[in-house]
Design a protein around this ligand. Structure first.
Ligand SMILES: NC(=O)c1ccc[n+]([C@@H]2O[C@H](COP(=O)([O-])OP(=O)(O)OC[C@H]3O[C@@H](n4cnc5c(N)ncnc54)[C@H](O)[C@@H]3O)[C@@H](O)[C@H]2O)c1
Length: 333
């Protein structure tokens, strides 16, 4: 069993590699070469403000199988100075099921989430997009911006919205180390940040929906990694694109119904009618994405295990080649 910690995983991944792998995972899925069950979520609330998801996937053409476990505990940073989103990945031999690697999935989660957002931006954003707004400037927000800028190099302004000024500062420090020639603007009001923005990324750990009541300009692409989309919100857009329809519908309705129970508000379940199509089908040219430059597009990568497993397989092979990581005894035989 090869054990790879976060430091080791970081050595083998670049933005370009992860962008390419994530795009491949989406197209493999669209072509029917991925078994990717809907993620199973273990809610810890009301005791704790968090959940732990199991995300298995099998990429049949790659001959790779495994599972990511990922926890999202929204108050971790505030209360314990620990990351909010933490993952671990097990790779299993597809022939025998025997696990052969256990690795950090925290860095992989951030990179593959950012890459999922960026692949969607690449296919869906209006031509000549130059202004991005990031709402929630934590780990996923930062990765999303850096990945978007990698696929859309014309981006010249990023508006950074967060309730925590330290998170805004950290974002600007880390993003400007990678892309110094971008204007970084700190804002607190989401409507003013959204007006004049070509791409908006919703990546905040807010307990209330932040994006639903905003007026969006024509041509805007809103990329939402949070699961608080309603029919009313989607109704503001010309197209709604997801990564994985079945999972998107299940997760959104579970959370929508839970939220409705807490608030007493009515919740209308979303159905396939809400969704225009999947990013994988756009990548393989089965359907089109943006039709007119003025279209407003909502896109939501709810997160697919296949994107984690394809990246984990790459890291495992590179670490093996370099005799890196720690070999642990596992089975007693
Ligand atoms: N779709 C996916 O594949 C996927 C994957 C991983 C995480 N996520 C989601 O991403 C979200 C962010 O995770 P993270 O690891 O970046 O967390 P993080 O704590 O690193 O960042 C979240 C940021 O949101 C900010 N925030 C909270 N409330 C806000 C508000 N009202 N307005 C503006 N900013 C606000 C926080 O201050 C923080 O800086 C999580 O809620 C998680 O569910 C989605």
């Amino acid at each position: 069993m090869l054990f790879l910690n976060e430091k080791t995983v970081k050595k083998y991944l670049t933005r370009t590699i992860v962008l390419d792998l994530v795009e491949q995972a989406f197209s493999e899925y669209a072509e029917g070469f991925v078994v990717n069950p809907v993620k199973l979520s273990l809610p810890m609330n009301p005791t704790y403000e968090g959940y732990i998801n199991s995300m298995p996937a099998y990429l049949t053409r790659f001959g790779v199988a495994g599972m990511k476990s990922v926890s999202v505990f929204k108050d971790n940073m505030k209360d314990y100075q620990l990351p909010v989103t933490v993952g671990s990945i097990i790779l299993n031999d597809p022939e025998t099921g025997i696990p052969y690697s256990f690795m950090d999935g925290t860095h992989i989660t951030a990179l593959r989430t950012g890459a999922s957002v960026a692949v969607m931006a690449k296919y869906l954003a209006a031509k000549g997009a130059e202004v991005v707004t990031i709402i929630g400037s934590g780990a996923q927000g930062l990765s999303s911006f850096v990945m978007i800028k990698s696929v859309l190099p014309k981006i010249k302004e990023v508006r950074v919205v967060d309730i925590n000024p330290e998170a805004q500062e950290r974002f600007i420090e880390e993003a400007s180390a990678v892309f110094p020639d971008v204007d970084y603007i700190k804002l607190s009001d989401i409507q003013s940040a959204s007006t004049g923005s070509n791409i908006i990324v919703g990546a905040a750990t807010s307990k209330v929906p932040l994006l639903a009541n905003i007026d969006y300009d024509d041509g805007t692409t809103v990329l939402c990694i949070e699961e608080d989309i309603t029919n009313r919100f989607a109704g503001k857009f010309d197209h709604t694109i997801v990564d994985f329809t079945e999972c998107f519908i299940e997760r959104t309705n579970i959370l929508g119904n839970e939220h409705a129970k807490e608030t007493g508000d009515a919740y209308e379940e979303i159905t396939e009618e809400t969704i225009t199509g999947e990013i994988g089908d756009i990548i393989i040219n089965k359907i089109s994405g943006r039709i007119n430059e003025k279209d407003k597009i909502l896109a939501s990568p709810v997160g697919m295990g296949a994107t984690d497993i394809i990246v984990a397989d790459y890291v495992y092979k590179k670490a093996l080649e370099a005799s890196d990581g720690m070999v642990l005894d596992f089975l007693d035989s």
